[in-house]
Design a protein around this ligand. Structure first.
Ligand code: ADP
Ligand code: TRP
Length: 336
């Protein structure tokens, strides 16, 4: 690989169907970055084990994440694409970083606290050290840019802390990785039910648009999105759930369409039913080709396997270079 280019790493957990949040928060950036950076993208299958998925589901989920990435425009000839569990150097670095991560700081991570609330009977050590494994994913290639959605900001900050702690103790090895999004802000695609939560793989399923959704499912979900009877004063501020609809429209509809509804909102003439119908059609036009291509790709398992195998080889070349330096830094160098 061309070592002049900046190194990029990002992963998606194999915990279910990919949705618009994954697309706009992560994958769209992958596709835009793949030509200009040294990109390493992966399915975070180890990360998905915190919730104990059924063994018979794991492979299907991993292959689907790969297929949906390719159908969204990811080119595995250009970017390296692999399964996290194919790179043993990642858990090795994770072990080293665990010695530099403190229980107190891990317990304070908001995503950990959320999980403790959601699944009080399964607060396992993997959940607590999730940010350490994520840091290992990133630092193993000494990445500088990490395309992710806004929900991952805190995890990136922790990765920077662990990198710094290693460097301070054992000598400069890791650059400090930054979260990245084209455009100024990290993105957060909100669910359609107006609850203020984000679209996600396993919660709010009726308010999340998946890349595998049928045309009918898409229309139904959008028509059910929360609205109200419309503004009563010109140029008033949009309530959060209406703003989310406009934000979603900005992602998938032409700017003229968005502007016309914005003007109608400001003049109190907006009809949300019409807006949602328009959005539903634009959404169908956006999702259907990705869905169909992903479906076809999943029928050809052999090709997907070849991509993962080749990706793992390329990723291990980079990972093994880092891990020997990390071992050497720590002093694990007994035979030379
Ligand atoms: P999920 O949260 O849906 O299970 P992951 O945790 O595997 O998905 O996240 C994969 C990527 O998608 C991450 O970069 C994450 O920031 C991004 N992402 C997930 N949900 C959203 C969302 N609603 N808006 C923006 N980005 C998101
Ligand atoms: N933690 C990320 C999420 O839940 C997924 C992930 C795992 C990741 N390892 C990563 C993202 C490394 C970027 C880089 O969305």
């Amino acid at each position: 690989m061309n070592s002049q280019k900046e190194i990029v790493v990002s992963g998606i957990r194999s915990t279910g169907y990919l949705h618009l949040g994954n697309y706009f928060g992560a994958i769209r950036n992958y596709v835009k970055m793949q030509a200009d950076y040294d990109c390493y993208f992966f399915v975070a299958d180890y990360h998905s084990l915190t919730t104990h998925p059924k063994p018979e589901d794991l492979k299907k989920n991993v292959f689907r994440v790969l297929a949906e990435n390719i159908a969204s425009g990811l080119n595995p000839e250009q970017a390296v694409f692999y399964a996290q569990s194919d790179i043993p150097e990642i858990p090795e670095l994770y072990l080293m970083l665990n010695m530099l991560a403190y229980k107190g700081e891990l317990e304070k991570v908001p995503t950990f606290k959320d999980k403790v609330r959601q699944q009080p009977d399964n607060v396992n050590a993997g959940l607590l050290t999730y940010p350490v494994l994520m840091a290992a994913d990133i630092l193993i290639h000494r990445a500088v840019k990490v395309p992710v959605g806004k929900d991952q900001e805190q995890h990136l900050e922790m990765a920077r802390n662990f990198a710094q702690r290693y460097n301070n103790r054992y000598g400069e090895l890791f650059p400090e990785p930054q979260a990245f999004n084209f455009g100024s802000q990290l993105s957060k695609v909100m669910s359609l039910d107006g609850s203020g939560s984000k679209m996600s793989k396993s919660e709010n399923e009726n308010a999340t648009i998946y890349l595998a959704d049928s045309d009918e499912a898409i229309r139904k979900k959008i028509m059910k999105a929360k609205t109200d009877s419309g503004p009563t004063e010109n140029n008033s501020e949009k309530p959060a759930y209406i703003q989310s609809l406009f934000d979603l429209m900005a992602l998938i509809s032409p700017p003229e369409t968005l502007n016309s509804y914005d003007t109608a909102f400001n003049a109190c003439t907006i009809r949300y039913g019409d807006m949602k119908k328009q959005m539903a059609e634009d959404m169908v036009a956006f999702v259907a080709p990705i869905r169909e291509w992903a479906r076809q790709l999943q029928e050809d398992e052999e090709s997907l396997r070849t991509i993962l195998r080749r990706g793992a080889e390329r990723a291990r070349e980079s990972a093994s270079r880092t891990i020997s330096l990390a071992r050497k830094g720590i002093g694990i160098q007994y035979y030379s």
